[in-house]
Design a protein around this ligand. Structure first.
Ligand code: CUA
Length: 330
C-alpha cells in the first residue's frame, strides 16, 4: 500500500514493516489527540462564549478522578510505545546468530565494502535476498553514518570503533544508501547503492566479480609482512603471548584486570599495545597506530579469529607462523 506513495521509502527488509507499524501507530496517536484537542477548543470557545457584558465564569476547584484520568491514560500510552519501541530496537540491534558477516569502511567520501568471500566494492554492495547480513563497520577518518532507508537501518560509523547493523533483504532491487552524518565537503555525495539479487544471480555475480582474497588470507599475509609471527609464535611464548584460540577468551592483564579478547581489545592491542599489557609480558611490541589501514586491521582480526585451538594435539600447534597453510587461500 505504501509502495506507490512517494513520501514513503521502499520497504525491502524484514525489519521495515515492524519499524513502519510503530511509526504509523505513533503518528496515529499524535493525530488522534491533536484532532481531539482542536475539536474541544473550538467546541468550548463556542459553548462557553460570553453571551452578555457582565457574565463571569465560575471557579473550578479540581477533581481527583479527572486528574487521574488525564495522568494515567497518557502514561499507559507512553509506556506502551516505550515497550513496543524497545522490542523493535532490540530486534534492530541484535543480528541473528546465523547472519553472514560483511564489512564496511567509511572514508571521506566513499563506502568500501568487503564480502566474506573476499570481494571488495566501492559505493556498491551486492547482497543476496533472504539472507541475514551483519555489517561490521568502522571509519578511516571522521564520523559517518550508514543509512539504507528501504531497510530502515541506520548506524553511526566511528573511527577507532566497530559498530554493526544487520538486515535481511526481502525484495530484489536497487536501494539507495546514504551517509547520514555530516562529514565534510562531499558528504552529500557520499552514497551509493545496495543491489539485492536472487541467490543464483548473486552467485553468478560473485563468480564474475573476479578473484578476491579472503580476509583471513590477507590477514595472514600482513601477519607475516609485519613480522608479527616472529614474536607471536605458537612454539615459544617467551616474548609474546600465543594468539591461538585467543578470540573471546578472558585475558589477565599486568595491572590485575581481566578483559575479554573481543574485536575491540584485539584492535587496541594491535594499534596501541601498551594500553593493555598481558600479565607476564613486557610492553615490547611496537604500536601500529597510523601504520595499518582499517582494512588491514580487519584482515588481521580475521586471521587471529581463525586461529582456533588445535583440536587434539594440544595447544601451540596452530599454524600462526606458517604462511603456507591452506586456510582461505583461493
Ligand atoms: Cu560520510 Cu557524511
Amino acid at each position: 500500500m505504501w509502495l506507490n506513495f512517494d513520501l514513503f521509502p521502499d520497504s525491502a527488509s524484514t525489519l521495515a514493516p515492524r519499524v513502519d507499524q510503530l511509526y504509523l501507530f505513533v503518528v496515529g496517536v499524535t493525530v488522534f489527540f491533536s484532532l481531539l484537542i482542536a475539536v474541544l477548543i473550538v467546541t468550548f470557545i463556542l459553548r462557553f462564549r460570553r453571551r452578555h457584558g457582565n457574565l463571569v465564569g465560575s471557579a473550578v476547584h479540581g477533581s481527583i478522578p479527572l486528574e487521574l484520568t488525564w495522568s494515567l491514560i497518557p502514561l499507559a500510552i507512553a509506556l506502551f510505545i516505550f515497550g513496543w519501541g524497545a522490542e523493535v530496537f532490540f530486534a534492530l540491534s541484535r543480528p541473528p546468530s546465523d547472519a553472514v558477516e560483511y564489512f564496511a569502511v567509511g572514508k571521506q567520501w566513499m563506502w568500501k565494502f568487503q564480502h566474506p568471500e573476499g570481494h571488495r566494492e566501492i559505493n556498491e554492495l551486492h547482497v543476496p535476498v533472504g539472507l541475514p547480513i551483519k555489517l561490521t563497520m568502522t571509519s578511516e577518518d571522521v564520523i559517518h553514518s550508514f543509512f539504507v532507508p528501504a531497510f530502515r537501518v541506520k548506524a553511526d560509523v566511528l573511527p577507532g570503533r566497530y559498530t554493526t547493523v544487520w538486515f535481511e533483504a526481502t525484495r530484489p532491487g536497487r536501494y539507495h544508501l546514504f551517509c547520514a552524518e555530516y562529514c565534510g565537503a562531499e558528504h552529500s555525495l557520499m552514497g551509493g547503492w545496495v543491489e539485492v539479487m536472487e541467490p543464483n544471480e548473486y552467485e553468478g555475480w560473485l563468480a564474475g566479480a573476479g578473484t578476491g582474497q579472503t580476509l583471513v588470507a590477507s590477514g595472514e599475509e600482513i601477519f607475516v609482512q609485519r613480522s608479527c609471527n616472529t614474536c607471536h609464535r605458537p612454539d615459544t611464548q617467551s616474548r609474546a603471548p600465543s594468539l591461538t584460540g585467543i578470540f573471546r577468551r578472558s585475558v589477565a592483564l599486568k595491572d590485575g584486570r581481566k578483559v575479554t579478547a573481543d574485536e575491540g581489545y584485539l584492535r587496541e592491542s594491535i594499534l596501541n599495545p601498551a594500553a593493555k599489557v598481558v600479565a607476564g609480558y613486557d610492553p615490547v611490541m611496537p604500536a601500529f597506530q597510523g601504520q595499518l589501514s582499517e582494512e588491514e586491521v580487519l584482515s588481521l582480526l580475521h586471521y587471529i579469529k581463525s586461529l582456533a585451538p588445535a583440536d587434539s594435539a594440544g595447544r601451540g600447534t596452530a599454524p600462526a607462523a606458517a604462511p603456507t597453510s591452506d586456510r582461505g587461500t583461493p
